[in-house]
Design a protein around this ligand. Structure first.
Ligand SMILES: *Cc1c(COP(=O)(O)O)cnc(C)c1O
Length: 389
């Protein structure tokens, strides 16, 4: 069956999965086994040992590959495990160019781990200007790394421009597609080499596992090397978590629509509220990259960032008073979350760099869930009312 001819909703439910040939089970079983019996030495049914391959993980990897319209996929125990494996592609003393507004843990992996263990050199840029990118390229530059929408400032980076620039200079282009998911944008179809996911977030969608993935545009030397490294470094996703993630993926298209509808309404509601200084949401025409977001993204997604009037005190009061929104790190689940990047998710970025890129003390990030939107608006409005208490 040529699954690529189907739409993304169909692929989310069927790709990589069919009734189990042995039992007819409609859902992919959890192959809870570490090893597989061989008929004679070296004669297998395609599996030897579950680090190298497991049928539940294979089903998940094909489904992810199909959704991103790539050629091969690899599932890992976390988003950062996927990123670590990807960076193992680079020989020591390489240089990479990365967006200056990255997920805090990605920044920490580059700056506090790979810089020391592999001599990795990193240039952080805002990636808006192709000339600035070209002039940052050195003899040892190997990779360019973007995240769009970025975290937490929701900057939109021009994926086509980055893919083109990378191609021109022979760099591996990497896009962290965690915030957008393949429902909103598919970087591989715009020429990116590799997509990275923290599948912990929207892909799984239910805040009950930690998982990561890499998907490549082509089946080539690069993807073969990633497959080799996945097995050689070993941070694979378990069969049970692969099953849960496959289950989550089935509703991803529906969930992203519901997240976007709620977030759009809340973004407008916040923008009209006098207790808010500024709202950043790619679906608002006030967003500095609104035109690009319209062109590049099919929907604006479920993440909103806003600046509350005041400073750290006002931010804390607001966050403590929310009842329906949980005050928690992470994002992308069916339930709504709120957090304070400067103290929570982005604390690993030095204070002066946070200031420079605009992660101020009155900045709050919302991951808007799929609850009834009126309940969410009521919760926000009541929490903002601290001045009258
Ligand atoms: C959470 C996150 C990661 C890291 O993924 P884990 O699954 O937590 O290891 C990487 N990139 C982005 C954009 C994230 O939100």
């Amino acid at each position: 069956m040529n699954q690529n001819k189907f739409g993304i909703r169909t692929r989310a439910i069927h790709s990589g999965q069919g009734p189990d040939p042995h039992t007819g089970a409609v859902m992919t079983p959890i192959y809870a086994t570490s090893t597989f019996a061989q008929e004679s030495p070296g004669v297998t049914k395609g599996y030897e040992y579950s680090r190298s391959g497991n049928p539940t993980r294979t089903a998940l990897e094909s489904c992810l590959t199909s959704m991103e319209e790539g050629a091969s996929g690899y599932a890992f125990a976390s988003g950062l495990a996927a990123e670590t494996c990807l960076l193992e592609l680079l020989p020591k003393d390489s240089h990479i160019i990365a967006l200056d507004d990255l997920y805090g843990g990605t920044f920490r992996l580059l700056d506090k781990v790979k810089r020391i263990s592999s001599g990795l050199e990193i240039t952080f840029l805002d990636l808006k200007n192709p000339k600035a990118i070209s002039s940052a390229i050195q003899k040892n530059t190997k990779m360019i790394w973007v995240e769009t929408p970025s975290n937490p400032l929701l900057k939109i980076i021009d994926l086509e421009m980055i893919a083109e620039t990378a191609k021109k200079h022979g760099l591996i282009s990497v896009c962290d597609n965690t915030f957008a998911t393949p429902i909103l944008q598919r970087p591989l179809t715009l020429g990116f080499d590799v997509v990275v996911h923290s599948a912990t977030k929207y892909l799984n969608g239910h805040s009950d596992i930690i998982a990561g993935a890499l998907i490549t545009r082509e089946k080539n030397e690069l993807s073969d090397r990633i497959g080799f490294l996945q097995n050689a470094t070993g941070a694979i996703l378990s069969p049970f978590d692969s099953f849960l993630l496959l289950r989550g993926l089935k509703t991803l298209p529906l969930r992203m629509g519901a997240h976007t509808a709620n977030a759009t309404e809340i973004a407008h509601f916040l923008e009209a509220d006098s207790r808010i200084e500024r709202v950043i949401y790619p679906g608002l025409s006030s967003h500095p990259d609104y035109q690009l977001a319209q062109k590049q993204m099919e929907m604006a997604g479920g993440m909103i960032t806003f600046f509350i009037k005041g400073g750290i005190e006002e931010s804390k009061l607001f966050l403590q008073r929310l009842k329906l929104f949980s005050l928690a790190e992470s994002l992308g689940g069916v339930e709504s979350l709120a957090e304070h990047p400067a103290i929570m998710t982005h604390a690993s970025i030095p204070a002066e760099m946070r200031k420079k890129i605009g992660i101020e003390d009155n900045l709050i990030r919302l991951s808007v869930g799929i609850e009834d939107v009126q309940d969410l608006k009521d919760d926000i409005s009541a929490a903002l009312d601290f001045k009258n208490k």
